[in-house]
Design a protein around this ligand. Structure first.
Ligand code: MG
Length: 367
């Protein structure tokens, strides 16, 4: 089987709630997502998606994804999409870094591998653990009262895991965490995600200010060393996200006992192939994971679901249903949240069909 054609589309994904706000005054109203399709000489096709969380979250941005895809796509023509190791080697040889650019292409190749073998991607990645898995809900940065109110709103939708977007004024963040914690019920999980927004002394103040609260702290500061210093000053459980971008960082964090949980985003590490490698390593090391991506619609949600559903439940801290945040559906067959939980499709590959009427005209075709 050979790759004969690669197409890319740009699609806007507006948010039901109007906007999504996190640390540093960052916000997004309409996500700028990119869908790719890989076509082959045997008629089998696969789709992938990459949707950075705006240009200021990670070293990634939507127009960069499309420019990088146009640069990279010609290097994949003629290759066998079912041989993921060779595909990833070819991408890494043709372009240094830029893992998010490679993610959508790798995702599309997994979709093809699943269709060719007649297996869902989750089965190829280890199998489906149980019927479904638990999701978290992100609570956009707002006043302490407004954020606390959303705990009840989202619990009514079935969620039991809540991720507060903090990383702002540390005094207000302490109030946000206490206000949200007051709404928790037994069995709920609360995470305060600073998204790198605190400096080291502010993060330590917040950690001290919530030491009586059952809360996880996520990525308090920009640099790994700052996060490690915060970790050494608090006994709240720690999640690392933005700084964990490859296997070496997982091993460094493990050696330093810098975190209890990592946030594993598919595009942050370069695609499903590399995310699975990190997932399997974390399972072996005993590091739990939130498995998700930087954002996306139905295609990213399906890919997340396959990786999350094939992860032993005791190591899966939480996951995400991004397609429920946005008003536009770009694929049929994508998993849909039920009582705060998600299950993968049992159809071969990613189990989805792109809605070409929604995608419109491609932004490029390479053949
Ligand atoms: Mg995070």
């Amino acid at each position: 089987m050979q790759i004969t054609e690669i197409l890319a589309w740009r699609v806007g994904l507006p948010l039901y709630e109007g906007s999504y706000k996190w640390s540093g005054g960052n916000s997004v109203d309409v996500f700028d997502s990119t869908v790719v399709e890989i076509r082959t000489n045997e008629g089998v096709t696969g789709v992938g998606e990459i949707c950075p969380l705006g240009p200021a979250y990670l070293p990634a941005y939507a127009a960069g994804a499309r420019a990088g895809l146009a640069e990279l796509a010609p290097h994949l023509l003629g290759l066998d999409p079912t041989q993921l190791g060779l595909i990833n080697q070819a991408m890494d040889r043709a372009m240094r870094g830029h893992p998010y650019v490679k993610s959508a292409l790798d995702m599309a190749c997994w979709d093809i591998l699943g269709k060719v073998t007649g297996q869902p991607v989750a089965v190829l990645m280890g199998g489906r653990f149980g019927e479904d898995f638990a999701l978290y809900r992100a609570i956009s940065q707002d006043t302490p009262e407004a954020m606390a109110r959303m705990v009840g709103v989202y619990r009514a939708q079935g969620y039991t895991k809540f991720q507060l977007k903090v990383g702002g004024n540390p005094d207000v963040d302490i109030l946000r965490i206490h206000a949200a914690a007051a709404e928790l019920q037994t069995g709920d999980v609360l995470v305060a995600d600073a998204n790198t927004g605190w400096n080291q002394h502010s993060a330590i103040r917040v950690a001290n200010g919530v030491k009586d609260v059952d809360v996880y702290l996520e990525q308090p500061c920009m640099r790994y060393e700052e996060c490690l210093a915060v970790r050494q000053h608090t006994d709240r459980p720690m999640v690392l996200d933005e700084v964990i971008d490859d296997v070496a960082m997982v091993l460094r964090g493990y050696k330093d006992q810098a975190m209890d949980v990592i946030n594993l985003k598919i595009s942050k590490v370069g695609g499903l192939t590399k995310a699975r490698q990190i997932r399997d390593l974390c399972v072996s090391l005993g590091i739990a994971m939130t498995i998700e991506d930087t954002w996306g619609g139905d295609i990213v949600t399906a890919a997340i679901a396959h990786l999350a559903h094939s992860t032993p439940p005791e190591m899966l801290f939480s996951s995400t249903d991004f397609n429920s945040y946005v008003t536009v559906s770009i694929a049929e067959g994508a998993p849909q949240r039920q009582h705060g939980r998600l299950a993968t499709s049992t159809a071969p590959g990613l189990g989805i069909q792109p809605r070409y009427d929604v995608l419109g005209a491609p932004v490029f075709v390479v053949r």
